[in-house]
Design a protein around this ligand. Sequence first.
Ligand SMILES: Cc1cc2nc3c(=O)[nH]c(=O)nc-3n(C[C@H](O)[C@H](O)[C@H](O)COP(=O)(O)O)c2cc1C
Length: 313
Amino acid sequence: MVPEKRDGRRSPGDAVPEAIHTRLTEMFDLRYPIIGAPMFLVSYEELAIAVSEAGGLGTLPLPNYREIAELKNALSAIRRSTDRPIGVNIHLSGKFPWKKQLTACLDAGVGFFITSLGDPRLIISDVHASGGKVFPDVVDLRQGIKSREGGADGLVAVGAGAGGHGGNIPIPVLVPYLIEKTGLPVVAAGGISTGRQMAAALALGACGVIVGTRLIATPEARARSAYKASVIASGPEDIVFSDRITGNKANWIRESVDRVAQSPDLGSKKWLDIWSAGQSVAQVEAITPAGEIIREMARTCRETCAALQRAMG
Ligand SMILES: Cc1cc2nc3c(=O)[nH]c(=O)nc-3n(C[C@H](O)[C@H](O)[C@H](O)COP(=O)(O)O)c2cc1C
């Protein structure tokens, strides 16, 4: 039985922590430098709203919306529920109608764009003209330099062990490397599920963190309940880094890959049965409302930094 806390109301121990100030929070007027990850087939309106309402920055992956009308409906639903900022992940490979998606997002006031699979220059001038910012996903310095030369405002450093597609350089190496060599603000993505891990990322110089894996185990995520249970039950040893599923290296829960390998005729439905998650499944222990996770991370991050400061005398 999966431990679950369904009630989104704040419990007595879930008070609102004080704000944390970084370049990211200044850019987007956030209370905390925590971005709810765009996750294909997992993060939709409910999760983005919950993260943004809690003081973080909720995002949507645009490939979740096959039709532009669906995307427009989702953006309107978000606007009816929150006036806090939200972001999107836009795929620029050419497989999706990115121009129409971009227009719909800009019309809805989206100001934060994470780009993946394609040239961020395709959207940068339009986003800047609307006052927005573009942070490409990067896994190494070559992609970081290319993004800077294209005019990106910052980078999402996708480190080893991240859920979804990723690279193999760990966050403690990748974040300071990209900051030093590109001079851009860097958000850390990969292996950050707790406030202590967040404090470590900020200590590395990151201006914020992206939380993916932990937010799969929330009532707001549209993952199947067996998927949520598997995220909770898995340890980092159960995560496999493989390019056999999509052609690009990504992290998967081994159990789901093995099961699908044994039933090769699942066809397009396989995406619902192959589950991506990162190594920080290690820190996911219950289904918890997203807002509570954001507040808990902010609180523990502040406590960790205060304890370190005391240790320094
Ligand atoms: C199930 C899943 C789906 C994802 N889909 C996307 C996606 O569509 N676009 C994207 O930019 N990143 C995607 N990611 C990566 C996340 O945005 C984020 O960078 C990553 O989850 C951070 O690492 P963590 O899982 O260790 O927290 C996905 C991650 C997961 C777990």
